[in-house]
Ligand binder design. Structure first.
Ligand SMILES: Nc1ncnc2c1ncn2[C@@H]1O[C@H](COP(=O)(O)OP(=O)(O)OP(=O)(O)O)[C@@H](O)[C@H]1O
Ligand SMILES: [Mg+2]
Length: 281
């Protein structure tokens, strides 16, 4: 059984088993270091993919410290927590976001989701099994780092989009995340977005540097190793902060600004590489 089966409810796979739903269906947006732009990218990428004719769900997978609702100016009455505890149906918790996509919000301060218990695993797996057939693409806005909750969320994704900034601390944390994904989850391909880039070409150079270190220290000898694919750079742009302060999508607030154009290009690359079968354009 896979997570894409809609006919029955999936149960938790044995420890170490990794689910990879069909190509491009579930894309996790993650980072090693926090605060690098995952939620900003998740929301705006969702808007850009919606414009390309895809039915998009963004799932706030940063259980416990969720803030997708803040960025989108939403005040959810029902959250993932209510779905998990049976207080409402999945349908009731799905919210229409300003960009025309759907979100499933997590609610903040849920300490019970800070640890990966068997219940959290079961709830999450069942949820993924239920949402995957209903949307063309499901974006998981995960927490930062390599906690077991984050790694579990990543194990549910068919693609991992890792966000890093050019700061050395962000890059060392990105390296640590890639290493864990390659060695514990046998990921062979990880897509990299360099956010808050200072100069054009930053991202390509950073991808090459990381790849060189990975080739030397991860997967050498046994196994195919891990390949990084550079999906694009997003420049530092004051319009991003302005949009966040106004709790608007950047693609709505300032659609022509450099960061918005960059997100649009990344959406195009995702469609070309992993979502072609689902896109209308
Ligand atoms: N390209 C950019 N240019 C300028 N500022 C940016 C850019 N990207 C992100 N930021 C700033 O970084 C802040 C943090 O972004 P965001 O909340 O998306 O990060 P995150 O990775 O989701 O954080 P967390 O790890 O806490 O979930 C934004 O509110 C914005 O002010
Ligand atoms: Mg976030």
């Amino acid at each position: 059984m896979t997570a894409t089966d809609s006919s029955s409810v999936p149960s938790a796979p044995p420890r170490g088993v990794v689910l990879h739903p069909s190509k491009g269906k579930v894309i996790a947006i993650t980072s090693g270091k926090g605060g690098v732009g995952k939620t900003f990218l998740s929301a705006n990428l969702a808007a850009a993919l919606t414009r390309r004719g895809l039915r998009v769900l963004v799932l706030d997978a940063d259980l416990g410290l969720a803030n997708l609702d803040v960025v989108l100016n939403l005040y959810p009455k029902l959250t993932l927590h209510d779905v998990f505890t049976g207080k409402c149906t999945l349908e009731e918790a799905l919210v229409q976001a300003p960009g025309g996509f759907t979100v499933l919000l997590a609610g903040s301060g849920m300490v019970e989701y800070s640890r990966l218990t068997p219940e959290v695993r079961e709830d999450f797996l069942r949820l993924i099994g239920e949402v995957v057939p209903r949307f063309d693409v499901v974006l998981l806005d995960t927490g930062a780092g390599i906690s077991d909750v984050v790694l579990f969320a990543l194990s549910l994704a068919s693609e991992v989009l890792l966000v890093a900034t050019p700061e050395p601390t962000s890059l060392t944390d990105a390296y640590a995340t890639i290493k864990v994904l390659a060695t514990q989850q046998q990921r062979q391909l990880i897509r990299l977005v360099v956010n808050q880039a200072a100069r054009p070409g930053d991202g390509r150079a950073i991808t090459q540097q990381l790849q060189t270190v990975l080739n030397r220290f991860v997967g050498s000898g046994k196994g195919p190793g891990v390949r990084l694919v550079h999906m694009g750079d997003i420049p530092i742009d004051p319009a991003v902060k302005e949009a966040v302060m106004r709790r608007q999508l950047l693609l709505v607030h300032t659609p022509g600004c450099p960061a918005a154009l960059a997100v649009g290009q990344i959406a195009g690359r995702l469609v070309d590489t992993v979502l072609r079968a689902h896109a209308a354009v």
